[in-house]
Design a protein around this ligand. Structure first.
Ligand code: SF4
Length: 709
């Protein structure tokens, strides 16, 4: 007998509604849920991976302990006791901060990890937190923190009402939206153009989104901040600034104007590759329409990503496009995560302390990922000796993965909470594998705050977990209750009591509290009555009430950004790179999400996707033909990949997707290791980063490319 379950897909930010048909413990089909009010039946090819991940024979189902190069299964209790004892031993010997915690991107798609899971990471009490944030969206969060007073106040484009969508360094047609939860991006952009609106893409590559846009402008990697400053200069020079309602609580307009004055389009054109006429035409078109400027990974992951995150907000603010329909707006989610975050003891601030080796600033209790390997392999007081890696594969997803691998191998103790024996977890001493997404309940706490409409949806589990399996939040609670128990037997008893209470309550208790205290006064029961999800309406103005700055005003020109302009000025004054120099950027693929989906045969079949895009002129200059094997090299390392010669990439730039490199020995990834690709992070460098925010600069590294011998 088949049953059908309706839930949200958790594989990317779009949160599409899916209808999953199940027979026994087998997924029979996965379709788009036509009745989901947000995604309306839309589905991308990745959704099939939900079933593939669940049924994957490579998925670990029992705790594993490594003995030399072999792995042995062990029971859960034994595993929890072992992990707690080893973590405690490391912290006792070397201090709390000697244990690092890395939380990978899937954490944000996981209700249990976002709520009760955090108890474990707080309990460890380490200042050595890490996550994918500093290889991704940290500049946006820093801008929100500095300008609006709350790092979680991330404004999203009001895509369904905008008339002009200017997209920098993003490819939403393939990412399906990022810091902009919007299922069916193709349909939404089509609708935008059908109502007379325009889409303009600025990117070093003519991406899939550029292909459906009205205009595409090539830009040199890492120069978005220069373009944005020139746009601001034109806005002020041509008297196009109209902050509107938000102008009533905006500080720093004059400072911003002064800062932009020295970056007219003539001063930045040689660096960006965009002519002054193109910049002025772009600004005039944007100012004339009810438009929005949106920027993503290609803006953030550069040496000036911090400035980029700020300037995107600044342009939207001076044009009166923040908190206005069709512009950048703030959601009104059913669960307000800000008080919830505070309740879980998490305060997001910036630069309260710095990393030991290079002195880079923390953000929200986390250090930049570019410091992770050096904090492990640089001897001295405070050196990292222990590691907890939850739902992450930093060997493939952080710069200079090779150095990190070597550093992981030297740790005293490493525990991974992960369902795979992958490129990172193969270095662990113990792996604690959680259930799959189909085995636990879900609510998109994070993405409901980034949606282009206010929505709420609860997804019950499709499959019951087996008695001998544990959810990731259960693993965290078990370790939490065993760690650092004071007062001998009394402490043990208290620990058991807390554990029993948390396991009984589960993440749903936190969700229930959030729903009941949220604006719509929802409850789990109400969400269960609406299995396709609830549409709570279009985004509404939230300012100034939502502001969390001390003076309840928007800070348009915070000092740290104005100070950082000196660094940009210095870069502008540097001589141009050699004419034949190549710089590296990343790219995404619709059938892939980081490294998650590469063990699904259905998703990796077909033409090779891990190819190095290179312009025909650059290829010819190196004697490279389409399909040739080429070597891509930097100071950090080298990889061999097939060349894809195409004029979709601008001259002087090459592009390799991330998340690949499954050819390491000792993993258990049958499909992925048969189609390994190469890891771009064997080439990227931890030495290239944004000095303001600490974010990794994965784009803009100078590389060498040659035909492989
Ligand atoms: S777009 Fe994202 S959420 Fe939607 S089906 Fe694809 S992977 Fe899932």
């Amino acid at each position: 007998m088949t049953r059908t379950y309706h839930r949200s897909c958790t594989l990317c930010e779009a949160t599409c509604g899916v209808a999953i048909e199940v027979e026994g413990d087998r997924v029979v089909s996965i379709r788009g849920d036509d009745a989901d009010p947000f995604s309306k039946g839309y589905l991308c090819p990745k959704a099939t991976a939900l079933g593939d991940l669940h049924a994957d024979p490579d998925r670990l189902r029992h705790p594993m302990v490594r003995e030399g190069s072999t792995w042995r299964e062990l029971g859960w209790d034994e595993a929890f006791d072992l992990v707690a004892a080893r973590l405690e031993a490391v912290q006792r010997a070397h201090g709390k901060d000697a244990v690092a915690v890395y939380q990978g991107n899937p954490t944000v798609h996981n209700l249990g990890l976002l709520t009760l899971g955090q108890l474990l990471f707080r309990k460890l009490g380490t200042r050595s937190g890490y996550s994918a944030t500093s290889a991704d969206q940290l500049p946006h969060m820093l801008a929100a923190h500095k300008m609006y007073g709350d790092a979680l106040m991330l404004a999203v484009p009001d895509l369904d009402r905008t008339e002009f969508f200017l997209c920098l360094g993003g490819n939403p047609l393939v990412s399906n939206g990022s810091i902009m939860t919007a299922p069916d991006m193709r349909g939404r952009l089509k609708a935008l153009r059908a109502r007379g609106g325009k889409v303009v893409v600025v990117d070093p590559r003519r991406s899939e989104t550029a292909d459906v846009a009205d205009q595409h402008l090539f830009i040199r990697p890492g120069t978005d901040s220069l373009l944005l400053l020139s746009m601001l200069q034109v806005i002020f020079a041509e008297r196009l600034a109209r902050p509107g309602r938000v102008g009533g609580f905006l500080d720093g307009l004059d400072d911003l104007e002064r800062a932009a004055r020295e970056f007219p389009p003539e001063a930045t054109a040689a660096a960006t590759g965009i002519t002054p006429d193109e910049v002025r035409a772009l600004v005039r078109a944007l100012a004339a329409a009810r438009g929005v400027v949106y920027g993503r990974l290609g803006v953030c992951t550069t040496e000036f990503g911090g400035l980029g995150g700020w300037l995107i907000q600044a342009i939207n603010l001076v044009l009166g496009r923040v908190d206005e329909p069709g512009g950048m707006m703030f959601t009104t989610p059913a669960v307000d995560v800000e008080p919830l975050t505070r309740m879980l003891g998490h305060e997001i601030a910036f630069d309260r302390y710095r990393s030991r080796v290079r002195g880079l600033p923390e953000f929200g209790g986390e250090l930049p990922v570019v410091t992770l390997a050096e904090e492990m392999d640089t001897p001295g007081p405070g050196q990292l000796r222990g590691f907890v890696c939850s739902a992450g594969n930093p060997v493939l997803s952080t710069p200079n993965g090779g150095r990190l691998e070597r550093a992981l191998a030297g740790l005293e103790f490493f525990v991974a909470i992960d369902m795979y024996l992958n490129e990172t977890t193969r270095h662990a001493h113990v792996i604690l594998p959680p259930t799959t997404t189909l085995e636990h309940a879900h609510y998109d706490l994070a993405y409901a705050t980034l949606s282009v409409r206010n929505v709420a949806k609860y997804s019950p589990p499709v499959f019951e977990r087996a008695a001998d399996q544990r959810h990731d939040w259960e693993i965290c609670v078990e370790l939490y209750s065993r760690l650092g128990l004071p007062f001998g037997r009394l402490g043990k008893l208290a620990g058991r009591g807390i554990r029993a209470a948390l396991l009984r309550l589960g993440p749903e208790a936190v969700l229930e509290l959030g729903l009941r205290t949220g604006k719509y006064r929802l409850s789990l029961a109400k969400l269960r009555e609406a299995p396709h999800g609830l549409d709570l309406g279009a985004l509404e103005p939230r300012l100034p009430g939502r502001l969390r700055t001390a003076n309840r005003r928007v800070a348009l020109a915070p000092k740290l950004y104005l100070d950082d302009l000196a660094r940009l000025r210095a870069r502008l004054a540097q001589p141009a790179a050699a004419a034949d120099a190549l710089v590296l950027i990343g790219r995404r693929d619709l059938r892939s999400n980081n490294s998650w989906c590469h063990n699904s045969a259905r998703l990796v079949k077909g033409k090779p996707r891990c190819t190095l895009l290179i312009h025909p002129v650059d290829a010819a200059a190196r004697g490279i033909a389409d399909g040739d094997s080429v070597e891509l090299a930097s100071k950090a390392g080298r990889v061999r990949v097939p060349a894809q010669v195409s004029d979709e990439i601008m001259r002087g730039v090459v592009s390799l997707p991330h998340g690949w490199g499954h050819d390491r020995a000792g993993t258990r990834l049958t499909v992925a290791s048969a189609t390994p690709g190469a890891s771009v992070n064997d080439v990227t460098s931890e030495e290239l980063f944004d000095a303001l925010s600490g974010n990794a600069a994965l784009s803009g590294l100078t590389v060498a490319v040659a035909r492989a011998p």
